[in-house]
Ligand binder design. Structure first.
Ligand code: ADP
Ligand code: MG
Length: 359
């Protein structure tokens, strides 16, 4: 018995670092992702190979453990481990992974790899597991087995993505709503070519600063606060700016949903630029590369908004554009970016796409 699954990468369109603060995010699955071909085998083993890096590993199901040299394999091994820990009965399996999603570009190849593994395991062993539980178990694998403290945004977006729509995720209630993107719009991503390093300390440091702000203000998470309450609170400048970013991002998501639903695309674009500015000034998770990309996109014909997407500290920006202008936007931004920074960016023109599926 065999099955093939595809799990897409994701782009966060509004709502930055809000997921682990019980907040709101507007995101989309993109058309690129990770494909996993899974075959049942009689041996009680997990065998994983990746065409991306030409590596393969083999571990016994009863002795799953983290690998040091083949760290990439900890993502699929971790998923199988958390599924077993959750009580699901699995047998031997061989996974062959291929991908058209850039790695470390902030488009969540790690979540795509986990979700496609989980979907394949679910399909091949007929597991009774609902989509939100699947997303949460994948996050658990990344948090506890791989050891990266990512939020749930990546996995939920990869699982719940909808063609032609953004999805609105509420991380307090763990509910997902669909917000149609007007037909004449596309998402243009620019990978800054400077990989993010979420395993580095900055992401965890931001999480701790958000938790500290909530603690100092006597709330369980920053979701409970408005920007106004943060502004007047007795906090030091750094912690106030971190808390302002999160609370304002939540508001921007609410305003962004209203703007999209009433067809006010320019307004939505302004919210994207404001989000980037807040990342730059208040959350300090941008880089001069990402700032340059956003500045270059700003003001070009056909660009409504642009901002960094995902964790930050490198990775990609997302622009909301009119597709007929894509060729000139790509040409102008790529050329000027290289002139200004010496780095090379890679464009990806995409549109909101369907989430993980058996193919
Ligand atoms: P991002 O999720 O933004 O792409 P991460 O650092 O979180 O970046 O995850 C990237 C890691 O996921 C890679 O370094 C690798 O270990 C693993 N990975 C992703 N896609 C593949 C693939 N196709 N084959 C092997 N490993 C992969
Ligand atoms: Mg990742």
């Amino acid at each position: 018995m065999s099955v093939t699954t595809f799990a897409p990468g994701r782009v966060e369109v509004l709502g930055n670092h809000t997921d682990y603060n019980d907040g709101l995010v507007l995101s989309a699955a993109i058309h690129l992702g990770v494909t996993t071909h899974a075959v049942k085998i009689p041996e009680a083993e997990l065998r994983v190979s990746s065409r991306t890096n030409q590596r393969n590993v083999r571990v016994t199901l009863s002795g799953l453990h983290r690998l040091e040299t083949d760290g990439w394999a900890n993502y699929p091994i971790g998923v199988v481990d958390v599924l077993q820990q959750a009580g699901f009965q699995l047998g031997g399996m061989e996974l062959e992974i291929s991908s058209d999603l850039p790695v470390g570009a902030g488009l969540s190849s790690s979540a795509a790899l986990e979700v496609s593994t989980a979907m394949a395991t679910k399909a091949i062993f007929d597991l009774a597991i609902d989509p939100m539980q699947l997303a949460r178990l994948c996050q658990k694998a990344e948090n506890e087995f791989v050891g990266v403290q990512c939020g749930l945004l990546d996995h939920v977006s990869s699982v719940f993505g909808k063609a032609d729509s953004l999805i609105l995720i509420d991380f307090k209630t763990l509910t997902v709503e669909t917000v149609p993107l007007p037909e004449h719009l596309d998402l243009l991503l620019f990978n800054s070519g400077v990989p993010h390093e979420l395993v580095g300390g900055e992401y965890n440091e931001r999480r701790q600063q958000c938790a500290l702000a909530a603690k100092l203000l006597n709330v369980s998470t920053l979701r409970e606060l408005t920007p106004e309450q943060v502004r007047i609170a007795d906090l030091n400048d750094l912690i106030r700016r971190r808390a302002l970013h999160i609370t304002e991002e939540n508001e921007r998501v609410v305003q962004g949903v209203a703007a999209l639903r009433s067809g006010q695309i320019e307004r939505f674009g302004e919210l994207m630029f404001a989000s980037h500015e807040s990342s730059k000034i208040n959350f300090e998770n941008s880089t001069r590369y990402l700032d340059t990309l956003v500045e270059l996109a700003k003001g070009l014909p056909g660009v409504f908004g642009a901002r960094l997407t995902g964790g930050g500290f490198g990775g990609s920006v997302v622009c909301l554009i009119q597709p007929e202008h894509a060729p000139e936007i790509i040409e102008t931004v790529s050329k000027r970016y290289h002139e200004l920074t010496g780095a090379t960016c890679s464009p990806i023109l995409t549109e909101p796409s369907q989430g993980a599926r058996v193919i």
